[in-house]
Design a protein around this ligand. Structure first.
Ligand code: NAP
Length: 292
C-alpha cells in the first residue's frame, strides 16, 4: 500500500454490516495503480447514525463514499441533490461532496450495462425477463430501458410486492413498459425472450446447487439468447452453467460489481479508472486458487 500522508484524501463505503464489502479491495487496487493520494475505507454505520455520520464526514473532509444496505434509500433525504438515474432507481450508491452539500447517484445501472453495451444488439427488439423484484431489479429495469428495450417482464413470488413494483414506475420518466408475472408464468414467456436476468440470490455461495429456474426451460429460449446472473460468486452459477449447456450466451455479475465501482471512482477522481485492475484484484481475492 502507498504511504498515507497528512494530505491523503478519504473515500469509503458505509453499510451495516460492511465487513463483507468487496469495494475496499478493488477501489484501493485502482487507487494504488493510479498512484493518487487517496484511501478507501469501510465505515460501519448503523441506520440511526446515518445523519450523524454524514455530518462527521463533512467535518473531517471525506471526499465521497459508497452506500450499501441498509442506507441506499434512507440516505436520499439527506442529500442536496440526486441524479435522474438515482431518482428512477429510487436508491443511491455513490455520494460526493459539493459546495452545497452531498450529491448522489446510482452507478449500479452503469455496472449492469457494462457487459451488454459492447454487444451492440438491436435492443429495441428484445423482451427481457427479470427474475426477482428487489433493489437490484430496479437498477436492471432502468438499465434495460436506457438500452432501448420497450417492454420488460418482471417475475416475482409475492403478488403485493410485484404490484408495488409495477406501480412505482407510474408517472416516472422510465421509457419502457413493465409487466409483472408470477413465477409459474415463466415457461410461457421464454420463447419470445432473448435475455433473462437473475436478480434473486438463488445460487449464491455457499448455496451453489440452487437455481431460480428449472433446467428444462433453457431449451425453449430463442437461439443466441443471453442469460445474465447478477451473482458473481460462484462464477458460473448453476443458472449460468445450465444456460450455457443449452447454447445460451452467459454473463456473470463480476463486471457489474467492478464497473459500478469504477464509475464511482471516476466521479470522485474526475479521471479514467482502470476497470481491469479492479477486476483482477477482485478475482485474486475471491478465487485465490485460480489467480494467475
Ligand atoms: P433484494 O432487494 O433482497 O431482492 C431479492 C429478490 O429476490 C426479491 O425479489 C426476493 O423476493 C427474491 N428472492 C429471494 N429469495 C427468493 C427465492 N427463494 N425464490 C424466489 N425469489 C427469491 O436483494 P438485491 O439487493 O436486489 O440483490 C439480489 C441479488 O443480486 C443478490 O444475489 C446480490 O448479491 C446481487 N447483486 C449483485 C450486484 C453486482 O454488482 N453484481 C449488485 C446488486 C445485487 P421477495 O421480495 O419475495 O423476498
Amino acid at each position: 500500500m502507498s504511504i498515507i500522508t497528512g494530505k491523503t484524501q478519504l473515500l469509503g463505503i458505509i453499510g451495516d454490516p460492511v465487513e463483507h464489502s468487496l469495494s475496499p479491495v478493488m477501489q484501493n487496487a485502482a487507487i494504488e495503480h493510479l498512484g493518487v493520494d487517496y484511501i478507501y475505507i469501510p465505515f460501519p454505520v448503523k441506520p440511526e447514525n446515518l445523519a450523524t455520520a454524514l455530518d462527521g464526514f463533512a467535518t473531517i473532509g471525506v471526499m465521497g463514499f459508497n452506500a450499501t444496505i441498509p442506507h441506499k434509500q434512507a440516505i436520499i433525504p439527506l442529500l442536496s441533490e440526486i441524479t435522474t438515474t438515482a431518482q428512477l432507481v429510487g436508491a443511491v450508491n455513490t455520494v460526493w461532496r459539493t459546495e452545497t452539500g452531498w450529491e448522489g447517484t446510482n452507478t449500479d445501472v452503469i455496472g449492469f450495462l457494462s457487459p451488454l453495451k459492447p454487444l451492440n444488439h438491436n435492443w429495441n427488439t428484445f423482451k427481457p425477463l427479470i427474475l426477482g423484484n428487489g433493489g437490484a431489479a430496479r437498477a436492471v429495469v432502468v438499465g434495460l430501458a436506457e438500452l432501448g428495450c420497450p417492454e420488460i417482464a418482471v417475475l416475482g413470488r409475492d403478488q403485493d410486492k410485484l404490484a408495488q413494483f409495477k406501480q412505482s414506475w407510474y408517472n416516472s420518466e422510465l421509457t419502457a413498459s413493465i409487466t409483472v408475472h408470477s413465477w409459474d408464468e415463466l415457461s410461457g414467456l421464454v420463447s419470445e425472450s432473448q435475455l433473462i436476468v437473475n436478480t434473486t440470490p438463488l445460487g449464491m455461495f455457499p448455496h451453489t446447487d440452487n437455481s431460480p429456474v428449472d433446467s428444462h426451460i433453457w431449451g425453449k429460449f430463442p437461439k443466441n439468447a443471453i442469460a445474465y446472473d447478477l451473482i458473481y460468486n460462484p462464477s458460473p452459477t448453476k443458472f449460468l452453467q445450465e444456460a450455457q449447456q443449452q447454447g445460451l450466451n452467459i454473463i456473470d455479475g463480476l463486471d457489474m460489481l467492478v464497473y459500478q465501482g469504477a464509475a464511482a471512482l471516476e466521479i470522485w477522481l474526475q479521471k479514467p479508472v482502470p476497470g481491469e485492475v479492479m477486476s483482477q484484484a477482485l478475482k485474486d481475492y475471491l478465487f485465490p486458487k485460480q489467480a494467475s
